[in-house]
Design a protein around this ligand. Structure first.
Ligand SMILES: Cc1cc2nc3c(=O)[nH]c(=O)nc-3n(C[C@H](O)[C@H](O)[C@H](O)COP(=O)(O)OP(=O)(O)OC[C@H]3O[C@@H](n4cnc5c(N)ncnc54)[C@H](O)[C@@H]3O)c2cc1C
Length: 426
């Protein structure tokens, strides 16, 4: 490092971190030194794990993207390490290399810091999950469910699919942002639809075997009332069971699932999306809220430490926890830093963060759904499309992401929204 150029350190190299690092390099060129730290030298493309499970593909084989080569190509230093602490006053990050056990702790200084470390998915807070639970948020869990479905151990009993309660930070929460009861309810919707299709394909029944549960008053409330109503009408017509207001998941047993509101249900498969919880070392920092989510304004900067940014699930403003929100924030952070260091005109700073729920989900049988809505945040956009095209777009986005290394062409996202919102979907 030259020492003369500002040092930007990006923590995390998954959807939020990889994309932010690549946008910063694109906006700032050689005017910054850029270091990226992640415990893993790869990204796992989580949104498409459900598709891989139902297609009997191993997601550890098909969904891993080696990220280091893209950083190398961009001239970024990559440190394969676990971040263990941030000292915002000293502007230093503590880390321990993870490529070899027994490595000694070190620290690194920064002029700009981007926190893109995601959250912990807290299955360890659900009693009985290890023994009786299933999910699709990692290669390991995806394979566990895949082997039950395709290895014959699932016998065709009832299936429960839903979310545990999400604990959103309320400290410094802006008025325009509602409080979510579940962190991310696109996955339960797509899992339920894909599972119904899978049951039919394997002559094991249909949607009548599946019950969707949610801690909220209604499932996927962040998608907006109109979209949810349309979805629920479809789901009821197909025969899905529906249990809103379960408050939280209390316990999984061999025979079923127990909820915090006192209700329970019998289930052979218990597929759960858990609470999204910040990494423990982020709690009690001057830049985080009461749970450890990083507090920022709509410029994605922390107010007390404006050299600290947050992107993706780690940011308090990312609600629900959706990768597409992190993508929008990555563009904002890159422009903010570029203006600060004089690589971009102030006039090109761009718009502040204005969340929109954009979600592509699978429905089985080469069909998918597309949701584009901001009514939950007070906006007026509300689009739900179902058919072959959303499925094809979901596949295409993954291919483009792998091909470009997390830097889909800048018009990719707006063009996708524009096309999908106006398209008559087959
Ligand atoms: C089943 C499922 C389906 C989903 N489908 C969609 C979808 O269709 N569309 C959508 O927009 N979103 C979807 N999401 C949400 C999406 O996956 C997340 O919003 C997204 O992954 C967040 O990206 P991130 O980079 O902020 O965090 P993460 O993806 O969690 O990445 C965090 C990174 O930080 C690294 N890290 C963590 N802790 C440390 C540490 N201490 N030191 C060093 N490195 C560390 C990790 O290795 C990782 O690389 C889905 C989520 C799930 C679970």
């Amino acid at each position: 490092m030259s020492g003369a150029r500002p040092h930007v350190v990006v923590l995390g190299s998954s959807f939020a971190g990889l994309t932010t690092a690549r946008f910063i390099r694109a906006r700032c060129g050689d005017a910054v030194d850029l270091t990226v730290i992640d415990r893993n030298p790869y990204l796992i493309f989580v949104p498409n794990i459900p598709m891989e499970v139902f297609a009997d593909h191993d997601p550890l084989v098909s969904m891993h993207l080696d990220t280091v080569r893209f950083h190398d190509r961009d001239g970024n230093d990559f440190i394969n390490a676990a971040v263990t602490g941030i000292d915002p006053d000293a502007k230093r990050v503590a880390f321990t290399p993870t490529d070899r056990a027994g490595s000694a702790p070190e620290s690194i200084s920064y002029e700009y810091l981007v926190v893109a470390l995601g959250n912990q998915l807290a299955y360890d807070r659900i009693e009985g999950f290890g023994e009786f639970g299933d999910t699709v948020s990692s290669g390991y869990y995806g394979n566990k469910l895949r082997r039950k479905l395709f290895g014959g151990s699932y016998k065709g009993g009832p299936i429960a699919i839903g979310s545990a309660r999400f604990h959103q930070g309320l400290e410094h929460k802006p008025d325009w942002m509602p409080v979510a009861q579940a962190a991310c309810e696109g996955p339960p919707l797509e899992l339920a639809l894909s599972m119904a299709h899978w049951l039919g394909e394997h002559s094991m029944g249909d949607a009548h075997k599946i019950t969707l549960f949610t801690p909220g008053n209604t499932i996927a409330e962040d998608a907006g009332e109109e979209v949810v109503k349309e979805f629920l009408d479809l789901a009821k017509g197909m025969g899905f069971g529906y249990m809103p207001g379960i408050e939280d998941v209390s316990r999984l047993t061999a025979d079923g699932i127990e909820f915090a509101n006192g209700k329970s249900m019998e289930a052979e498969l218990k597929i759960v999306l858990p609470d999204w919880v910040p990494h423990p070392f982020l709690r009690d920092l001057p830049i985080t809220d009461e749970y450890g989510f990083v507090i920022t304004g709509t410029d994605m900067r922390n107010r007390d430490h404006p050299e600290v940014f947050a992107v993706g699930d780690a940011a308090a403003l990312t609600v629900p926890k959706l990768g597409s929100l992190g993508h929008q924030q990555a563009e904002i952070v890159a422009r903010q830093i570029a203006v600060d260091i004089g690589s971009l005109d102030q006039a090109d700073l761009g718009e502040p963060y204005r969340p929109e729920v954009i979600c592509f989900g699978e429905m089985g049988g080469h069909k998918g759904f597309y949701i584009h809505s901001d009514t939950w945040y007070g906006g007026e956009t509300s689009v739900l499309k179902m058919g072959y095209t959303p499925w094809a777009m979901k596949m295409a986005f993954k291919e483009m992401y792998f091909h470009t290394g997390g830097k889909p062409v800048s018009w990719g996202m707006p063009a996708t929204e524009f096309t999908m919102d106006r398209l008559h979907v087959p």
